[in-house]
Design a protein around this ligand. Sequence first.
Ligand code: HSE
Length: 298
Amino acid sequence: DTIKIFSPATVANVSCGFDVLGFCLDSVGDDMIIRKTKSKGITISKIEGYSLPLDPEENVAGVAGLAILKAAQVNFGFDIEIHKRIKPGSGIGSSSASASGTVYAINKLLGKPFNKTQLTAFAMKGEAVASGNEHADNIAPGLFGGFTLVKSLNPLEIIELPTPKELYVTIVHPQIEVKTSEARALLPKDISLKKGMAQWANVGSLVHGLHTSDYGLISRSLVDNIVEPHRKQLIPYFDEAKSLAIQSGALGVGISGSGPSIFALSQGEIKSKQVAKAFQNVYKSTTIDFKIYTSKIN
Ligand code: HSE
């Protein structure tokens, strides 16, 4: 009646796919322990690593847990323990890892009555607490793995995309906090048809590149002229980090989710390590603390 799980970090948006594209990291994430309890409802007994609310109604994991419990209609409950390694406000899906890990584990303890799309819907209730808005581009890759595309929210439809074998990600996380709600408030309400056209062409060609393992096409599609120009001001040394990473062989570089983390995709692990060095070279000469991760996408 107890389950221990690893809930992975995720990168949302992937340059051109604001609120719809995302992918899942292999080796960076939180550990969670979920226990069945006799009493009904959700409790959060422990959160290690970062200071977050223990009141389930105010916690993304708690709200997601309450959503799945409501649908399951059982006369018992669950306790959540979270060992957070993903810093909140990092841009690599910290809140969504807590929400998706919770619903994944509870579903397993219940005997898997719900499918992944239903789990995504429950976890989105939790994510909305953190970002002030329901979106699934971090949750879906966390629950399905690999690359996902959120085709629509209503009705909720998630498409699983293939991951080319040699695709690696490098992430630099400058240790400043960017609140998703604030990063969303910076965005324009309307965009021009011209910008829209370029963006959906890139989403289509990125998806095609993933299907055909065409690394050149993937590289040419990792462009974002809608969101990045508004948000990059929140991330110190973004332009320097991007251009040095590209010079070091990255296929493309963009803001991870709503930032401040920056992601770079590379073909092969060696390139991803070279890109890590480039990121390091940019930030080591600044006063900003930073962390760097490299991972396979899985
Ligand atoms: N798509 C979301 C955004 C991801 O960019 O605001 C962060 O939760």
